[in-house]
Design a protein around this ligand. Structure first.
Ligand SMILES: Cc1cc2nc3c(=O)[nH]c(=O)nc-3n(C[C@H](O)[C@H](O)[C@H](O)COP(=O)(O)OP(=O)(O)OC[C@H]3O[C@@H](n4cnc5c(N)ncnc54)[C@H](O)[C@@H]3O)c2cc1C
Ligand code: SF4
Ligand code: SF4
Length: 408
């Protein structure tokens, strides 16, 4: 009997404005979206308090990345085949199943018809976690598997997810514990940014290569390059500046992903990303549950302190200028073609690196959230933007206008 369950015949998701189909709208009680959704009226300070026992410090690294006890540059000693980086994420879940600390893991696997399309699965055997490795582009209703899992008697769960899914999961957690017998929940989160529909992503791939069907791997790396791998074993690196991003239609990235305020997955127990990893992985241990999970990988995982270099202010200010121009429908300030290879050579050497790169990305994301909401959904700003977002954009001259904060 298979130990992986998935539900290929989902009905279409109910229509929701600003929705990444996290799965709540497909449950028996879809009205819970009103309180579970990060795009309606999120309350990060209260949720951080509920999950970690503390909310973020208003300064220092926590202002950017949310509550955490430790931060590491990391890599598995033996990188896992098919993993996005070295496979820390799926190895953590594998280990939880191997050591019987959870009954099941809910994660994403590739859809059998399209390997780039995420497909939520319920995994009960450690060896089946391997098929979840790698990044998919798009949205799929991860959280809709939680209640079926509980109904089948899997009361100790681990969930791997991106921030908008984990916000909803944490919002439902008290009710799941109270009414559906959830006994244990461990959350392994990844950061997330610039997601789009799987169909849009296929169009993007087709602009990068004449043979998009051969591409099996893509990553936006912290050294300002996109890495592509093909099924024939070829590896191609494309500097960010050479990407055809400016030619994409304005709605290529849905408004959700242009205005999402939780890049680093602050409600997970442990976040596994790459941004401050200097070419390796980047771990944020957020609480004692996260530390206990990390301890399971002792001997398998290399850990180093994170480092930082470069200055982010100039690149973030330049980014803000371009977002303002794009949001106003004006042409972007494009770099002359002859300058691109020179800047592409310099950026990995002198641009923000390590922690400075991660902070730059967080600030850019905050800038995007403010400017795109101001243009497209101004009435939502006071509910959708937590105070820390305003603190991140302040050094760049952005501050709340009348009606943009809850106190108005
Ligand atoms: C759309 C997207 C954007 C991302 N952007 C960033 C970023 O800007 N900065 C950063 O540091 N990290 C980002 N990540 C995370 C990063 O790509 C790696 O997944 C992470 O570093 C873990 O690497 P790993 O080798 O440990 O993962 P693996 O062991 O290969 O496991 C990857 C896990 O990701 C999950 N997953 C894959 N695709 C999806 C999806 N579409 N939705 C939900 N879960 C999924 C799977 O369940 C799987 O268990 C992003 C991930 C996604 C899905
Ligand atoms: S909670 Fe999930 S399903 Fe509901 S509106 Fe938000 S993203 Fe969509
Ligand atoms: S960018 Fe934000 S809203 Fe979009 S899929 Fe990722 S976490 Fe969800």
């Amino acid at each position: 009997m298979t130990t992986v369950q998935w539900y290929p015949q989902w009905p279409a998701a109910p229509e929701r404005h600003l929705c990444t189909d996290c799965g709540v709208s497909r449950t028996d009680h879809p009205k819970r979206c009103a309180t579970a959704c990060q795009f309606i009226q999120p309350d990060y300070p209260q949720m951080e308090q509920a999950v970690h026992g503390v909310s973020r410090q208003p300064e220092g690294n926590e202002l950017y990345f949310g509550p955490h006890q430790a931060m590491w540059q990391a890599a598995m000693h033996s990188p896992a085949q098919g993993a996005q980086w070295t496979g820390v994420t799926t190895r953590l879940a594998e280990k939880l199943l191997e050591t019987d600390q959870v009954d099941a893991v809910i994660a994403m696997a590739p859809h059998p018809d399209d390997a780039w399309r995420p497909m939520p699965v319920l995994v009960t055997k450690a060896q089946d976690m391997a098929q979840c490795r790698g990044m998919r582009m798009g949205y799929a209703p991860l959280i809709s598997l939680v209640e079926p899992a509980l109904q089948q008697g899997y009361k100790r769960l681990a969930v791997i997810g991106i921030p908008c899914q984990i916000y909803a999961l944490r919002a439902l957690q008290p009710q799941l514990e109270r009414e559906q017998g959830l006994q244990k929940l461990l959350v392994i989160g990844t950061p997330c940014s610039d997601n789009t529909t799987t169909d849009n992503f296929h169009q993007f791939l087709a602009r990068l290569t004449p043979t998009p069907e051969d591409v099996t791997y893509l990553e936006f790396r912290a050294d300002y390059k996109v890495e592509l791998r093909t099924r024939q074993g070829a590896v191609r690196e494309i500097p960010f500046l050479s990407l055809p991003l400016a030619d994409l239609p304005p709605d290529f990235f849905p408004l959700t992903c242009r205005t999402c305020v939780d890049y680093s997955n602050v409600l997970s127990d442990i976040t596994v990303g790459y941004m401050a990893g200097r070419g390796e992985q980047w771990l944020l241990v957020r609480n004692a549950r996260g530390q206990a999970m990390l301890d399971m990988l002792q001997g398998e995982l290399m850990l180093k302190p994170v480092t930082t270099a470069g200055q982010r202010h100039g690149p973030v200010a330049g980014f803000l200028k371009n977002v303002e121009l794009a949001a106003g429908g004006l042409p972007l300030r494009r770099m002359p073609n002859w300058l691109r290879p020179i800047v592409s050579w310099f950026m990995p050497r002198v641009g923000p690196r390590g922690l400075e790169f991660a902070k730059a990305r967080l600030e850019m994301k905050a800038v995007e959230a403010v400017l795109h909401l101001r243009r497209e959904e101004p009435a939502r700003m006071k509910h959708m933007l937590p105070a820390h977002v305003w603190a991140l954009v302040k050094p760049y001259g952005l501050s709340p206008q009348q009606g943009e904060t809850p106190s108005d």
